[in-house]
Design a protein around this ligand. Structure first.
Ligand code: SF4
Length: 230
């Protein structure tokens, strides 16, 4: 049985209403676990150019609307929840398309709006896949495809919700709950994406990295001198 079928057959919720976490946290978590913890556990947040552009990009699709265009019904700002993943959130857009091959059946197709050009990021794909898994749990029907709409290039990139992506999404949701439960903020590790992070000045990943290296260097010296004396 593939992961998609087993997900659909799950009907025992793992999480209660008050344990559901915002679905968009997944994006933060996969960008950087420390950033997620600083934001959601320590309540530290600053906007920069990129986060402000993201908010601006979502302003139209944050409002709930239900429109019909041809054979497709388009619902924006649709509320979503999954009790097996422990997530709650909103879909920017869900298209309900009539499936030509089966006639009457209607296929939900989530679309997430992202600033920037057409590029592939696992964190975007996981966030979209989580929306698909919420829809499956709520509507009790498979959702196999969706798309990221890249606002700058005005292009859609279709995403297939395969077993690899579903596993990544399930694992990320579990990690989200683990950090939230333990309230432990992971240590800073400098990486190239830190340059675009709005929490760079608070987080100081280079300083933490140098401090860690210095501590390891001093521990090494202490260990060597003890060995010489012994
Ligand atoms: S600066 Fe780097 S390590 Fe710190 S929160 Fe941002 S991405 Fe994570």
């Amino acid at each position: 049985m593939c992961l998609q079928e087993s997900t659909l057959l799950q009907n025992s919720p793992q999480y209660a209403d008050d344990e559901l976490l915002p679905l968009h946290y997944l994006n933060d978590l996969l960008f950087c676990e420390r950033r997620f913890a600083l934001h959601s556990v320590e309540q530290i947040w600053y906007d920069n150019r990129y986060t402000t552009e993201g908010i601006y990009a979502h302003r139209r699709v944050d409002q709930t609307a239900n429109l019909k265009r041809g054979d497709t019904r388009r619902v924006t700002g649709m509320l979503l929840a999954s009790y097996s993943l422990g997530l709650i959130g909103k879909a920017d857009l869900v298209e309900f398309r009539t499936d030509d091959s089966s006639g009457a059946s209607v296929q939900p197709y989530p679309v997430d709006f992202k600033r920037g050009k057409k590029r592939r990021w696992d964190n975007d794909d996981v966030q979209l896949c989580a929306q698909a898994m919420c829809l499956e749990e709520m509507l009790k029907q498979p959702v196999s495809l969706g798309a990221i709409f890249h606002i700058n290039s005005k292009q859609r990139r279709e995403v297939v919700f395969d077993d690899r992506l579903r596993q990544l999404t399930t694992d990320a949701a579990a990690r989200l709950h683990e950090i939230f439960r333990t309230q432990v903020t992971p240590q800073a590790v400098w990486k190239s994406r830190c340059k675009g992070c709005s929490l760079l000045e608070t987080c100081m990943p280079r300083v933490w990295g140098e401090q860690k290296a210095a501590t390891e260097y001093l521990s090494g010296l202490l260990f060597a001198s003890r060995n010489e004396q012994g």
